[in-house]
Design a binder for this molecule. Structure first.
Ligand SMILES: [Zn+2]
Length: 342
């Protein structure tokens, strides 16, 4: 099936809009994990796979239609630096998808015909669709030095180097049983181009989404224009959705409009809570400027601007996702958010 058809079918089955999960690493931390480690959330694939499964389940219970695997910072290079063999590293990357698939299975098995989780329309009852998205974090995320939020890889970085860095993990994830690959928090155009070429060269046959991050609502974090970055995604046939993650809510509306100008592909957005990551202290700090409202109240506006998939990123929780799901699928609150816009 064509990548775009798979995602548009999925969206249609969900009722036009889909809910993505929320901050995955954040939720692991809320469960007491210390992720101050070069592997970040991927550390839990080694130490706490049961918790990884549980967090996926919590997001499914909260209403997610897409769950994103713990592979964001799971790289062969990162695992090898911890003393694991290449084979062990590859197994852990596959395992991240298996655990998410197990969570989906448990979730579906637990649902009964009468639960709210079944979509009822015209006497046809279908199960709520759930996709497993295999996460790929940027090269900067692997470096774990904050460059995922600057996109500054230095002058000696090339597209070939980035492709070589990502190649094996992408090959593994494409054959892991995941429904799609989520390239997340892409900080610059070069890395988007590297992903696009990689998908092409490797003949990757599952869809992908490209999700960028921004600090100003105009450019991605490196300063490259969001329009140029989204155009790279638009030209790649394996890319079935384009969007923004881990970006303050106040920038999302403008970014959706810029993306819509250069592509007709579905737009995915999953903002962070509006706090900023301080690479030095390795902590999230409240922004000094304009206060971000609880971003759930913006969802109606983002939908009207043309986004189709909605979730949360760092510092958001299953409660955020529950609220998004309610806003999207509860007709009365949709009307409410429309009324508030006027
Ligand atoms: Zn994030």
């Amino acid at each position: 099936m064509e990548p775009s058809v798979l995602v548009s079918d999925f969206l249609a089955k969900c009722g036009g809009y889909a809910v993505v999960d929320g901050g995955f690493a954040t939720e692991l931390e809320r469960h007491g994990q210390n992720l101050n480690d070069p592997l970040w959330s991927a550390k839990c694939l080694i130490s706490s796979p049961d918790l990884v499964r549980r967090v996926h389940l919590d997001y499914l219970d909260a209403g997610a239609n897409v769950i994103i695997t713990a592979s964001y910072q799971a790289t062969i290079q990162g695992f090898e630096a911890k003393g694991l063999s290449r084979e062990e590293a590859e197994t852990l990357i596959r395992r991240s998808v298996e655990i998410a698939c197990e969570a989906r299975q448990i979730y579906h098995d637990r649902c009964t015909k009468d639960s709210w989780d079944f979509l009822h329309s015209e006497n046809i009852t279908t199960r709520r669709p759930v996709l497993v998205a295999a996460s790929v974090g940027s090269y900067g995320a692997y470096l774990a030095d904050g460059s995922e939020y600057t996109g500054n890889y230095g002058d000696s970085m090339t597209m070939e180097k980035l492709k070589d860095f990502h190649r094996r993990r992408v090959q593994i994830l494409a054959k892991s049983g995941a429904d799609l690959i989520a390239f997340e928090t892409i900080p610059n155009k070069l890395e988007a181009q590297a992903y696009a070429e990689l998908l092409e060269e490797e003949g990757i046959d599952i869809p992908a989404w490209f999700s960028f991050s921004s600090k100003d609502g105009v450019n991605v974090v490196s300063g490259d224009s969001i329009s140029e970055c989204a155009s790279v995604a638009d030209s790649c046939k394996q890319v079935a959705a384009v969007g923004i993650n881990c970006t303050p809510p106040r920038f999302i509306h403008g970014l959706i409009l810029s993306i819509r100008k250069v592509t007709d592909k579905p737009v995915v957005i999953y903002p962070n809570s509006g706090e900023t990551y301080d690479a030095e202290s390795k902590q999230w700090v409240k922004s000094s400027g304009e206060a971000d409202e609880d971003f759930v109240s913006y969802v109606g506006k983002w939908r009207d601007a043309g986004a189709s998939l909605f979730g949360g990123c760092c510092r958001t929780t299953p409660n955020t996702i529950r609220a998004i799901s309610r806003i999207l699928f509860d007709k009365s609150s949709l009307t409410l958010s429309k009324a508030e816009d006027n």
